[in-house]
Write a protein that binds this ligand. Structure first.
Ligand SMILES: NC(=O)c1ccc[n+]([C@@H]2O[C@H](COP(=O)([O-])OP(=O)(O)OC[C@H]3O[C@@H](n4cnc5c(N)ncnc54)[C@H](OP(=O)(O)O)[C@@H]3O)[C@@H](O)[C@H]2O)c1
Length: 335
């Protein structure tokens, strides 16, 4: 049966304007990188997606290679979308990307026009959509002229297969150059997607400035550092956690130094009357150039806890300084 979205789904979510565009994005967006492949029960995926929509999380982020296996997150999303969300298509803001290895041979990754446009067609077919809201170049390709990659994003928009273009993981100088090309082409360039958390602060070294110059919003991925900035690993590595099961977050991340930092941050969060996860998300959202935190969730409970960041108190200068001090002490690079 089609999901009937709750009547109050827009009552508590907060929306922010994405750069200099007409688009409002929820402060919390949901990504399907993990937990939505064929290795996870479709029932849980469906429950998380339904709850997200009911909480006003209108923005869902995918990529061609999300799974495992690659492509399965888009296919599973397509299944749930067909069952539950088709009547709500215009209430949702759906993104996909191409850039990483998707199929064998010379045309299955990076930034060529050949790869990007074929990949978008494949993504649309897996999801059962006629267009996505954002199509991203997933990574900067140093060997393909930027004109070609930007031209492919422009074509995706002109063909009606994407409404906006986005860039992910581009260095600041490439963002400046790409923005100039997209302006010339009059392509609706909306957003940059980058990692940003208390443990990964690289965007402070130029990406936030380049994005502001280009008039595009920044969406922060892995704002919980894949679960490290939660209570998940404070007392060991749970058997069902990403660190125990996945390949992208491994046990060697959890050094004694890192654990000391996480415990200290957790204490700070308790003092603020919130969970570590909520404080970590609020910290990323403190910068007005960040339009949304792009979280992952393996359960409805995690999603609900994270959306509660909207009730977070602001930070005092002393708290921000303390977070910086603890981070530097634990070896986190501050640009
Ligand atoms: N553009 C890119 O190159 C790129 C790269 C990476 C990610 N992304 C995007 O960003 C999205 C989010 O990335 P991410 O999944 O790494 O984000 P994240 O929010 O930093 O980590 C999500 C993980 O943290 C744990 N978690 C979340 N909420 C929790 C809570 N309240 N309490 C305890 N644990 C909690 C869960 O781990 P368990 O599974 O252990 O429960 C969950 O799977 C991706 O889905 C994708 O859309 C983009």
């Amino acid at each position: 049966m089609v999901h009937i979205a709750s009547d109050d789904r827009y009552d508590s979510m907060q929306y922010q304007r994405c750069g200099r565009s007409g688009v409002l994005l929820p402060k919390v967006s949901l990504g399907l990188w993990h937990n939505f492949g064929d290795t996870h029960p479709l029932g849980t995926q469906r429950a998380v997606l339904r709850r997200a929509v009911d909480l006003g999380v209108t923005h869902i982020d995918l990529a061609n290679n999300y799974g495992p296996p690659p492509g399965s997150a888009e296919a599973n999303f397509g299944t749930v979308f067909a069952q539950d969300f088709r009547p709500y298509r215009d209430e949702l803001f759906i993104a996909t990307k191409a850039g990483y290895l998707m199929w064998p041979g010379p045309y299955g990754e990076w930034g060529s026009r050949k790869y990007l446009l074929a990949s978008l067609d494949q993504s649309l077919s897996r999801m059962g959509l006629d267009h996505v809201d954002v199509f991203y170049s997933h990574r900067f390709d140093p060997d393909t002229p930027l004109e070609e990659t930007m031209g492919a994003l422009d074509s995706a928009v002109r063909q009606g297969k994407a409404l906006y273009a986005g860039l992910s993981n581009y260095p600041p100088e490439a963002i400046d150059e790409a923005a100039a090309i997209l302006t010339e082409l009059r392509t609706p360039y909306l957003i940059n997607q980058h990692p940003y958390s208390m443990l990964q602060r690289g965007v402070e070294g130029g990406v936030l400035e380049s994005s502001a110059r280009a008039g595009v919003g920044v969406i922060a991925f892995s704002p919980l550092a894949q679960g490290q900035l939660t209570d998940r690993y404070l007392h060991g590595v749970p058997a069902d956690s990403r660190m125990a099961l996945g390949h992208f977050l491994t046990r060697d991340a959890l050094t004694e130094e890192r654990l000391t930092l996480l415990r200290a941050l957790n204490k700070l969060a308790e003092g603020r009357g919130q969970t570590l996860a909520q404080m970590a998300l609020a910290w990323v959202l403190r910068d007005p150039r960040v339009v949304s935190v792009l979280i992952g969730a393996s359960s409805v409970t995690q999603l609900e806890q994270n959306v509660a960041v909207l009730d977070s108190p602001g930070f005092t200068d002393a708290e921000l300084a303390e977070i910086d001090r603890l981070s530097v002490e634990a070896g986190v690079d501050l640009p």
